[in-house]
Design a binder for this molecule. Structure first.
Ligand SMILES: Nc1nc2c(ncn2[C@@H]2O[C@H](COP(=O)(O)OP(=O)(O)OP(=O)(O)O)[C@@H](O)[C@H]2O)c(=O)[nH]1
Length: 452
Protein backbone atom coordinates (compact mmCIF):
# COMPACT_ATOMS: atom_id res chain seq x y z
CA UNK A 1 0.00 0.00 0.00
CA UNK A 2 1.24 3.43 -0.91
CA UNK A 3 2.68 5.65 1.81
CA UNK A 4 2.74 2.85 4.32
CA UNK A 5 6.14 3.63 5.80
CA UNK A 6 5.57 7.36 5.86
CA UNK A 7 2.10 7.04 7.28
CA UNK A 8 3.30 4.73 10.01
CA UNK A 9 6.18 6.92 11.05
CA UNK A 10 4.24 10.14 11.01
CA UNK A 11 1.35 8.62 12.86
CA UNK A 12 3.75 7.20 15.43
CA UNK A 13 5.35 10.58 15.93
CA UNK A 14 2.08 12.42 16.07
CA UNK A 15 0.49 9.99 18.50
CA UNK A 16 3.16 10.89 21.02
CA UNK A 17 2.14 14.51 20.97
CA UNK A 18 -1.58 14.12 20.35
CA UNK A 19 -2.80 14.02 23.93
CA UNK A 20 -0.36 16.55 25.34
CA UNK A 21 -1.95 19.35 27.27
CA UNK A 22 1.19 21.44 26.96
CA UNK A 23 3.62 21.45 24.09
CA UNK A 24 7.03 22.97 24.64
CA UNK A 25 9.39 24.27 22.02
CA UNK A 26 11.55 21.27 22.78
CA UNK A 27 8.61 18.91 22.06
CA UNK A 28 8.07 20.53 18.69
CA UNK A 29 11.74 20.40 17.87
CA UNK A 30 11.91 16.72 18.64
CA UNK A 31 8.78 15.96 16.74
CA UNK A 32 9.93 17.89 13.72
CA UNK A 33 13.19 16.01 13.70
CA UNK A 34 11.23 12.80 13.36
CA UNK A 35 8.88 14.22 10.74
CA UNK A 36 11.93 15.35 8.77
CA UNK A 37 13.44 11.88 8.84
CA UNK A 38 10.13 10.30 7.89
CA UNK A 39 9.75 12.57 4.87
CA UNK A 40 13.33 12.05 3.72
CA UNK A 41 12.92 8.33 4.05
CA UNK A 42 9.78 8.53 1.92
CA UNK A 43 11.96 10.05 -0.78
CA UNK A 44 10.60 13.55 -0.53
CA UNK A 45 12.92 16.10 -2.10
CA UNK A 46 15.28 17.47 0.59
CA UNK A 47 14.65 21.12 -0.27
CA UNK A 48 10.95 20.52 0.07
CA UNK A 49 11.48 18.87 3.43
CA UNK A 50 13.57 21.75 4.70
CA UNK A 51 10.99 24.34 3.78
CA UNK A 52 8.18 22.22 5.14
CA UNK A 53 9.82 21.83 8.53
CA UNK A 54 10.56 25.54 8.75
CA UNK A 55 6.95 26.41 7.94
CA UNK A 56 5.46 23.98 10.41
CA UNK A 57 7.79 25.09 13.19
CA UNK A 58 6.96 28.70 12.68
CA UNK A 59 3.22 28.14 12.53
CA UNK A 60 3.10 25.66 15.38
CA UNK A 61 4.97 28.00 17.72
CA UNK A 62 3.21 31.16 16.70
CA UNK A 63 -0.24 29.70 16.90
CA UNK A 64 -3.03 31.11 18.93
CA UNK A 65 -4.50 28.65 21.33
CA UNK A 66 -7.82 27.28 20.23
CA UNK A 67 -10.13 26.14 22.92
CA UNK A 68 -11.50 23.13 21.11
CA UNK A 69 -8.12 21.49 20.51
CA UNK A 70 -5.34 20.36 22.79
CA UNK A 71 -1.94 21.87 21.96
CA UNK A 72 -0.89 18.48 20.65
CA UNK A 73 -3.86 18.35 18.31
CA UNK A 74 -3.09 21.83 17.15
CA UNK A 75 0.38 20.86 16.10
CA UNK A 76 -1.09 17.96 14.15
CA UNK A 77 -3.51 20.36 12.53
CA UNK A 78 -0.62 22.54 11.39
CA UNK A 79 1.23 19.54 9.99
CA UNK A 80 -1.91 18.50 8.16
CA UNK A 81 -2.49 21.96 6.73
CA UNK A 82 1.09 22.36 5.60
CA UNK A 83 1.16 18.92 4.03
CA UNK A 84 -2.02 19.80 2.18
CA UNK A 85 -0.54 23.08 0.98
CA UNK A 86 2.59 21.28 -0.16
CA UNK A 87 0.57 18.99 -2.39
CA UNK A 88 -1.29 21.88 -3.94
CA UNK A 89 -3.86 23.03 -1.40
CA UNK A 90 -7.08 23.13 -3.33
CA UNK A 91 -8.02 20.39 -5.73
CA UNK A 92 -6.95 21.38 -9.24
CA UNK A 93 -9.57 20.63 -11.84
CA UNK A 94 -9.28 19.75 -15.48
CA UNK A 95 -9.59 22.63 -17.96
CA UNK A 96 -12.76 23.33 -19.89
CA UNK A 97 -12.25 25.41 -23.00
CA UNK A 98 -14.72 28.18 -23.77
CA UNK A 99 -14.41 27.12 -27.37
CA UNK A 100 -14.78 23.32 -27.58
CA UNK A 101 -13.09 21.01 -28.05
CA UNK A 102 -10.83 21.20 -25.02
CA UNK A 103 -7.53 19.77 -26.23
CA UNK A 104 -5.41 17.75 -23.84
CA UNK A 105 -1.94 16.50 -24.63
CA UNK A 106 -0.84 13.52 -22.59
CA UNK A 107 2.93 13.32 -22.22
CA UNK A 108 5.38 11.22 -20.27
CA UNK A 109 8.10 8.63 -20.39
CA UNK A 110 7.50 5.19 -21.82
CA UNK A 111 5.88 2.87 -19.34
CA UNK A 112 4.69 5.67 -17.06
CA UNK A 113 1.12 4.65 -17.76
CA UNK A 114 0.31 7.34 -20.32
CA UNK A 115 -1.82 5.28 -22.68
CA UNK A 116 -3.76 3.79 -19.79
CA UNK A 117 -4.20 7.23 -18.23
CA UNK A 118 -5.53 8.64 -21.52
CA UNK A 119 -8.26 6.02 -21.67
CA UNK A 120 -9.00 6.38 -17.97
CA UNK A 121 -9.31 10.14 -18.27
CA UNK A 122 -11.60 9.88 -21.30
CA UNK A 123 -13.74 7.45 -19.36
CA UNK A 124 -13.79 9.76 -16.34
CA UNK A 125 -14.81 12.75 -18.45
CA UNK A 126 -17.67 10.85 -19.95
CA UNK A 127 -18.88 9.21 -16.76
CA UNK A 128 -18.45 12.05 -14.32
CA UNK A 129 -18.81 15.09 -16.55
CA UNK A 130 -21.04 13.82 -19.32
CA UNK A 131 -18.49 14.65 -22.01
CA UNK A 132 -17.90 13.06 -25.40
CA UNK A 133 -14.13 12.72 -25.74
CA UNK A 134 -12.11 11.62 -28.74
CA UNK A 135 -8.97 9.62 -28.03
CA UNK A 136 -6.06 10.14 -30.38
CA UNK A 137 -3.31 7.60 -31.02
CA UNK A 138 -0.26 9.75 -31.73
CA UNK A 139 2.46 7.44 -30.45
CA UNK A 140 3.66 6.01 -33.75
CA UNK A 141 6.99 4.72 -32.45
CA UNK A 142 6.16 2.13 -29.85
CA UNK A 143 4.79 -0.69 -32.01
CA UNK A 144 1.93 -1.71 -29.76
CA UNK A 145 0.87 1.75 -28.58
CA UNK A 146 -1.78 2.41 -31.23
CA UNK A 147 -3.24 -1.04 -30.83
CA UNK A 148 -3.25 -0.66 -27.06
CA UNK A 149 -5.24 2.56 -27.21
CA UNK A 150 -7.65 1.06 -29.73
CA UNK A 151 -8.20 -1.93 -27.49
CA UNK A 152 -8.83 0.28 -24.48
CA UNK A 153 -11.17 2.42 -26.59
CA UNK A 154 -13.14 -0.63 -27.61
CA UNK A 155 -13.34 -1.80 -24.04
CA UNK A 156 -15.08 1.41 -22.97
CA UNK A 157 -16.80 2.04 -26.27
CA UNK A 158 -14.90 5.26 -26.87
CA UNK A 159 -13.88 6.45 -30.37
CA UNK A 160 -10.14 6.37 -31.09
CA UNK A 161 -8.68 8.44 -33.89
CA UNK A 162 -5.72 6.83 -35.57
CA UNK A 163 -3.93 7.20 -38.90
CA UNK A 164 -1.56 4.29 -38.44
CA UNK A 165 2.15 4.76 -37.92
CA UNK A 166 3.10 6.28 -41.26
CA UNK A 167 1.68 9.75 -40.67
CA UNK A 168 3.54 12.25 -38.52
CA UNK A 169 2.19 12.77 -34.98
CA UNK A 170 1.80 16.48 -35.68
CA UNK A 171 -0.52 15.73 -38.61
CA UNK A 172 -2.39 13.12 -36.63
CA UNK A 173 -3.01 15.61 -33.84
CA UNK A 174 -4.07 18.31 -36.25
CA UNK A 175 -6.51 16.13 -38.15
CA UNK A 176 -7.89 14.72 -34.92
CA UNK A 177 -8.79 18.19 -33.65
CA UNK A 178 -10.48 18.98 -36.98
CA UNK A 179 -12.44 15.78 -36.81
CA UNK A 180 -13.44 16.50 -33.22
CA UNK A 181 -14.73 19.91 -34.25
CA UNK A 182 -16.70 18.47 -37.14
CA UNK A 183 -18.19 15.69 -35.04
CA UNK A 184 -18.76 17.79 -31.91
CA UNK A 185 -16.50 16.02 -29.51
CA UNK A 186 -15.94 18.30 -26.56
CA UNK A 187 -12.61 16.84 -25.49
CA UNK A 188 -9.63 15.62 -27.49
CA UNK A 189 -7.07 13.51 -25.64
CA UNK A 190 -3.83 13.07 -27.52
CA UNK A 191 -1.72 10.11 -26.42
CA UNK A 192 1.78 11.18 -27.45
CA UNK A 193 4.97 9.14 -27.71
CA UNK A 194 7.24 8.45 -24.79
CA UNK A 195 10.88 7.44 -24.61
CA UNK A 196 12.77 5.59 -21.97
CA UNK A 197 14.60 8.83 -21.19
CA UNK A 198 13.84 12.42 -21.93
CA UNK A 199 15.51 13.31 -25.23
CA UNK A 200 15.64 16.33 -27.44
CA UNK A 201 13.98 14.71 -30.43
CA UNK A 202 10.97 13.76 -28.36
CA UNK A 203 10.73 17.24 -26.88
CA UNK A 204 10.85 18.81 -30.31
CA UNK A 205 8.07 16.64 -31.58
CA UNK A 206 5.95 17.44 -28.54
CA UNK A 207 6.66 21.16 -28.96
CA UNK A 208 5.52 20.94 -32.56
CA UNK A 209 2.29 19.24 -31.59
CA UNK A 210 1.80 21.92 -28.94
CA UNK A 211 2.37 24.70 -31.50
CA UNK A 212 -0.02 23.11 -33.93
CA UNK A 213 -2.98 22.23 -31.73
CA UNK A 214 -2.55 24.83 -28.94
CA UNK A 215 -3.68 22.48 -26.18
CA UNK A 216 -5.64 23.69 -23.17
CA UNK A 217 -3.84 21.18 -21.00
CA UNK A 218 -0.51 19.43 -21.18
CA UNK A 219 -0.70 16.68 -18.62
CA UNK A 220 2.39 14.78 -17.59
CA UNK A 221 1.83 11.20 -16.56
CA UNK A 222 4.44 10.24 -13.96
CA UNK A 223 4.94 6.95 -12.25
CA UNK A 224 4.59 7.52 -8.51
CA UNK A 225 6.79 4.52 -7.84
CA UNK A 226 9.85 6.24 -9.30
CA UNK A 227 10.17 8.73 -6.43
CA UNK A 228 12.79 11.40 -7.04
CA UNK A 229 13.00 10.48 -10.70
CA UNK A 230 9.40 11.47 -11.13
CA UNK A 231 10.28 14.90 -9.84
CA UNK A 232 13.23 15.22 -12.24
CA UNK A 233 11.11 14.11 -15.17
CA UNK A 234 8.44 16.63 -14.21
CA UNK A 235 11.03 19.40 -14.01
CA UNK A 236 12.39 18.63 -17.47
CA UNK A 237 9.01 18.35 -19.18
CA UNK A 238 7.88 21.51 -17.45
CA UNK A 239 10.94 23.49 -18.57
CA UNK A 240 10.56 22.34 -22.14
CA UNK A 241 6.83 22.32 -22.64
CA UNK A 242 5.18 24.18 -19.81
CA UNK A 243 2.96 21.65 -18.09
CA UNK A 244 -0.51 22.48 -16.84
CA UNK A 245 -0.81 19.45 -14.61
CA UNK A 246 0.33 15.99 -13.69
CA UNK A 247 -1.29 12.62 -13.33
CA UNK A 248 0.42 10.39 -10.80
CA UNK A 249 0.05 6.83 -11.95
CA UNK A 250 0.46 3.69 -9.87
CA UNK A 251 -0.29 5.37 -6.59
CA UNK A 252 -1.84 2.06 -5.61
CA UNK A 253 1.57 0.46 -5.63
CA UNK A 254 4.13 0.26 -2.93
CA UNK A 255 5.27 3.84 -3.35
CA UNK A 256 6.94 5.64 -0.53
CA UNK A 257 5.03 8.75 -1.52
CA UNK A 258 7.88 11.15 -2.16
CA UNK A 259 6.72 11.90 -5.70
CA UNK A 260 3.20 12.80 -4.68
CA UNK A 261 4.53 15.16 -2.09
CA UNK A 262 7.31 16.77 -4.13
CA UNK A 263 6.01 17.11 -7.70
CA UNK A 264 3.82 20.11 -6.97
CA UNK A 265 6.28 21.69 -4.58
CA UNK A 266 9.27 21.47 -6.93
CA UNK A 267 7.67 22.16 -10.29
CA UNK A 268 4.60 24.11 -9.26
CA UNK A 269 2.62 21.75 -11.47
CA UNK A 270 -0.58 20.66 -9.78
CA UNK A 271 -1.38 16.98 -9.53
CA UNK A 272 -4.81 16.64 -11.07
CA UNK A 273 -5.44 12.91 -10.97
CA UNK A 274 -4.04 9.77 -9.42
CA UNK A 275 -4.02 6.32 -10.99
CA UNK A 276 -5.08 3.80 -8.38
CA UNK A 277 -4.86 0.55 -10.36
CA UNK A 278 -4.72 -0.97 -13.79
CA UNK A 279 -8.46 -0.99 -14.36
CA UNK A 280 -10.06 1.69 -16.45
CA UNK A 281 -12.14 3.20 -13.66
CA UNK A 282 -9.21 3.40 -11.28
CA UNK A 283 -8.43 7.05 -11.79
CA UNK A 284 -9.33 9.52 -9.09
CA UNK A 285 -9.24 13.29 -8.87
CA UNK A 286 -6.33 14.19 -6.61
CA UNK A 287 -7.42 15.91 -3.42
CA UNK A 288 -4.40 17.28 -1.53
CA UNK A 289 -6.34 17.62 1.67
CA UNK A 290 -7.63 14.08 1.63
CA UNK A 291 -4.24 12.73 0.71
CA UNK A 292 -2.68 14.58 3.64
CA UNK A 293 -5.29 13.22 6.03
CA UNK A 294 -4.65 9.78 4.68
CA UNK A 295 -0.93 10.05 5.21
CA UNK A 296 -1.48 11.31 8.73
CA UNK A 297 -3.90 8.51 9.44
CA UNK A 298 -7.04 10.55 9.69
CA UNK A 299 -8.65 8.34 7.14
CA UNK A 300 -10.19 9.32 3.90
CA UNK A 301 -13.80 9.35 4.83
CA UNK A 302 -14.65 12.00 2.27
CA UNK A 303 -13.36 9.91 -0.62
CA UNK A 304 -15.25 6.98 0.73
CA UNK A 305 -18.53 8.83 0.89
CA UNK A 306 -18.06 10.24 -2.59
CA UNK A 307 -17.36 6.78 -3.91
CA UNK A 308 -20.43 5.44 -2.24
CA UNK A 309 -22.57 8.15 -3.69
CA UNK A 310 -21.52 7.68 -7.28
CA UNK A 311 -21.64 3.92 -7.31
CA UNK A 312 -24.64 3.05 -5.28
CA UNK A 313 -27.97 3.28 -6.91
CA UNK A 314 -29.75 5.81 -4.74
CA UNK A 315 -33.23 4.53 -5.38
CA UNK A 316 -32.19 0.98 -4.58
CA UNK A 317 -30.45 2.09 -1.42
CA UNK A 318 -33.57 3.87 -0.25
CA UNK A 319 -35.69 0.84 -1.04
CA UNK A 320 -33.37 -1.35 1.01
CA UNK A 321 -33.44 1.08 3.84
CA UNK A 322 -37.18 1.04 3.91
CA UNK A 323 -37.16 -2.72 4.04
CA UNK A 324 -34.74 -2.70 6.93
CA UNK A 325 -36.92 -0.36 8.87
CA UNK A 326 -39.90 -2.61 8.47
CA UNK A 327 -37.76 -5.70 9.10
CA UNK A 328 -38.76 -7.15 5.72
CA UNK A 329 -35.12 -7.46 4.90
CA UNK A 330 -34.43 -10.85 3.30
CA UNK A 331 -31.36 -12.68 2.12
CA UNK A 332 -32.18 -11.57 -1.43
CA UNK A 333 -31.88 -7.99 -0.29
CA UNK A 334 -28.73 -8.90 1.49
CA UNK A 335 -27.16 -10.23 -1.72
CA UNK A 336 -28.17 -7.10 -3.55
CA UNK A 337 -26.60 -5.02 -0.85
CA UNK A 338 -23.42 -7.03 -1.02
CA UNK A 339 -23.25 -6.44 -4.76
CA UNK A 340 -23.66 -2.73 -4.30
CA UNK A 341 -20.83 -2.61 -1.83
CA UNK A 342 -18.73 -4.72 -4.18
CA UNK A 343 -19.41 -2.34 -7.07
CA UNK A 344 -17.50 0.26 -5.13
CA UNK A 345 -14.28 -1.71 -5.52
CA UNK A 346 -12.35 -4.25 -3.52
CA UNK A 347 -13.37 -4.12 0.12
CA UNK A 348 -9.77 -3.80 1.14
CA UNK A 349 -9.48 -0.53 -0.76
CA UNK A 350 -12.63 0.78 0.81
CA UNK A 351 -11.63 -0.15 4.31
CA UNK A 352 -8.15 1.24 3.73
CA UNK A 353 -9.71 4.65 3.39
CA UNK A 354 -11.28 4.51 6.77
CA UNK A 355 -9.58 6.11 9.75
CA UNK A 356 -7.24 3.81 11.59
CA UNK A 357 -7.62 1.05 9.04
CA UNK A 358 -4.40 1.56 7.19
CA UNK A 359 -2.15 0.06 9.80
CA UNK A 360 -0.27 -3.06 8.83
CA UNK A 361 -2.01 -5.05 11.51
CA UNK A 362 -5.45 -4.05 10.30
CA UNK A 363 -4.66 -5.06 6.77
CA UNK A 364 -4.17 -8.66 7.77
CA UNK A 365 -7.61 -8.80 9.29
CA UNK A 366 -9.10 -7.25 6.21
CA UNK A 367 -7.88 -10.03 4.02
CA UNK A 368 -9.52 -12.52 6.30
CA UNK A 369 -12.73 -10.54 6.06
CA UNK A 370 -12.72 -10.69 2.29
CA UNK A 371 -12.61 -14.51 2.54
CA UNK A 372 -15.29 -14.56 5.15
CA UNK A 373 -17.53 -12.49 2.94
CA UNK A 374 -16.96 -14.95 0.12
CA UNK A 375 -18.10 -17.75 2.43
CA UNK A 376 -21.15 -15.83 3.50
CA UNK A 377 -22.03 -15.17 -0.09
CA UNK A 378 -21.67 -18.85 -0.97
CA UNK A 379 -24.00 -19.79 1.86
CA UNK A 380 -26.67 -17.35 0.79
CA UNK A 381 -26.38 -18.42 -2.83
CA UNK A 382 -26.95 -22.02 -1.81
CA UNK A 383 -30.35 -21.18 -0.40
CA UNK A 384 -33.52 -21.70 -2.38
CA UNK A 385 -35.67 -18.77 -3.29
CA UNK A 386 -38.07 -19.56 -0.52
CA UNK A 387 -35.34 -19.90 2.07
CA UNK A 388 -33.89 -16.55 1.14
CA UNK A 389 -37.25 -14.91 1.57
CA UNK A 390 -38.10 -16.65 4.80
CA UNK A 391 -35.12 -18.05 6.73
CA UNK A 392 -37.40 -19.42 9.44
CA UNK A 393 -38.02 -22.50 7.25
CA UNK A 394 -34.38 -23.47 7.60
CA UNK A 395 -34.51 -26.66 9.63
CA UNK A 396 -31.63 -29.00 10.33
CA UNK A 397 -31.67 -30.87 7.05
CA UNK A 398 -31.94 -27.70 4.98
CA UNK A 399 -29.03 -26.20 6.88
CA UNK A 400 -26.96 -29.34 6.24
CA UNK A 401 -27.77 -29.14 2.52
CA UNK A 402 -26.73 -25.50 2.39
CA UNK A 403 -23.47 -26.17 4.20
CA UNK A 404 -22.68 -28.90 1.72
CA UNK A 405 -23.68 -26.80 -1.26
CA UNK A 406 -21.55 -23.86 -0.21
CA UNK A 407 -18.53 -25.84 0.91
CA UNK A 408 -18.90 -24.60 4.47
CA UNK A 409 -19.89 -26.22 7.75
CA UNK A 410 -23.21 -26.31 9.47
CA UNK A 411 -21.69 -24.10 12.18
CA UNK A 412 -20.92 -21.48 9.56
CA UNK A 413 -24.51 -21.59 8.37
CA UNK A 414 -25.86 -21.35 11.90
CA UNK A 415 -23.59 -18.47 12.71
CA UNK A 416 -24.69 -16.54 9.65
CA UNK A 417 -28.36 -17.10 10.39
CA UNK A 418 -27.87 -15.90 13.92
CA UNK A 419 -25.93 -12.85 12.77
CA UNK A 420 -28.58 -12.09 10.21
CA UNK A 421 -31.28 -12.16 12.86
CA UNK A 422 -29.18 -10.04 15.21
CA UNK A 423 -28.55 -7.58 12.45
CA UNK A 424 -32.22 -7.26 11.71
CA UNK A 425 -32.95 -6.69 15.36
CA UNK A 426 -30.25 -4.09 15.62
CA UNK A 427 -31.47 -2.31 12.53
CA UNK A 428 -34.95 -2.18 13.88
CA UNK A 429 -33.66 -0.73 17.11
CA UNK A 430 -31.48 1.78 15.36
CA UNK A 431 -34.13 3.01 13.01
CA UNK A 432 -36.51 3.21 15.94
CA UNK A 433 -34.04 5.30 17.86
CA UNK A 434 -33.34 7.57 14.93
CA UNK A 435 -36.91 8.27 14.06
CA UNK A 436 -37.64 8.77 17.75
CA UNK A 437 -35.13 11.57 17.90
CA UNK A 438 -36.26 12.88 14.57
CA UNK A 439 -32.77 12.62 13.12
CA UNK A 440 -32.17 12.82 9.41
CA UNK A 441 -31.01 9.66 7.74
CA UNK A 442 -27.58 9.58 6.07
CA UNK A 443 -27.88 10.05 2.35
CA UNK A 444 -26.97 7.09 0.21
CA UNK A 445 -24.97 5.31 2.87
CA UNK A 446 -28.05 3.83 4.44
CA UNK A 447 -27.85 0.43 2.84
CA UNK A 448 -24.45 -0.66 3.86
CA UNK A 449 -24.28 -2.40 7.16
CA UNK A 450 -23.07 -5.93 6.76
CA UNK A 451 -23.44 -8.47 9.49
CA UNK A 452 -19.72 -8.92 10.15
N1 LIG B 1 -1.00 -0.65 -10.70
C1 LIG B 1 -1.15 0.27 -11.65
N2 LIG B 1 -0.69 0.01 -12.88
C2 LIG B 1 -0.84 0.95 -13.84
C3 LIG B 1 -1.47 2.20 -13.56
N3 LIG B 1 -1.47 2.91 -14.71
C4 LIG B 1 -0.86 2.15 -15.63
N4 LIG B 1 -0.48 0.97 -15.13
C5 LIG B 1 0.22 -0.12 -15.81
O1 LIG B 1 1.49 0.34 -16.23
C6 LIG B 1 1.89 -0.27 -17.42
C7 LIG B 1 2.31 0.78 -18.44
O2 LIG B 1 1.21 1.54 -18.86
P1 LIG B 1 1.04 2.10 -20.34
O3 LIG B 1 -0.18 2.91 -20.34
O4 LIG B 1 1.17 1.03 -21.31
O5 LIG B 1 2.34 3.00 -20.43
P2 LIG B 1 2.67 4.20 -21.42
O6 LIG B 1 3.20 5.29 -20.59
O7 LIG B 1 1.50 4.48 -22.30
O8 LIG B 1 3.81 3.65 -22.29
P3 LIG B 1 4.21 4.24 -23.69
O9 LIG B 1 2.99 4.21 -24.55
O10 LIG B 1 5.23 3.29 -24.14
O11 LIG B 1 4.74 5.58 -23.45
C8 LIG B 1 0.71 -1.09 -17.89
O12 LIG B 1 0.94 -2.43 -17.54
C9 LIG B 1 -0.45 -0.53 -17.08
O13 LIG B 1 -1.45 -1.49 -16.86
C10 LIG B 1 -1.94 2.45 -12.22
O14 LIG B 1 -2.47 3.49 -11.87
N5 LIG B 1 -1.75 1.43 -11.32
Amino acid sequence: MAFEGLAERLQGTLTKIRGKGKVSEQDIKEMMREVRLALLEADVNFKVVKQFIADVKEKALGQEVMKSLTPGQQVIKVVNEELTALMGGEQSKIAVSQKPPTVIMMVGLQGAGKTTASAKLANHLRKKHNRTPLLVAADIYRPAAIKQLETLGKQIDMPVFSLGDQVSPVDIAKQAVEKAKAEHHDYVLIDTAGRLHVDQELMEELSQIKETVQPDEILLVVDAMTGQDAVNVAETFNDQLGLTGAILSKLDGDTRGGAAISVKAVTNTPIKFAGMGEKIDQLEPFHPERMASRILGMGDVLSLIEKAQTNVDEAKARELEKKMRTADFTFDDFLEQLEQVRSMGPLEDLLGMMPGMNKAKGMKNLQVDEKQIGRVEAIVRSMTKKEKQDPTVLNGSRRRRIAKGSGTTIQDVNRLLKQFEDMKKMMKQMTGMQSGKGKKRGKGMGGFKLPF
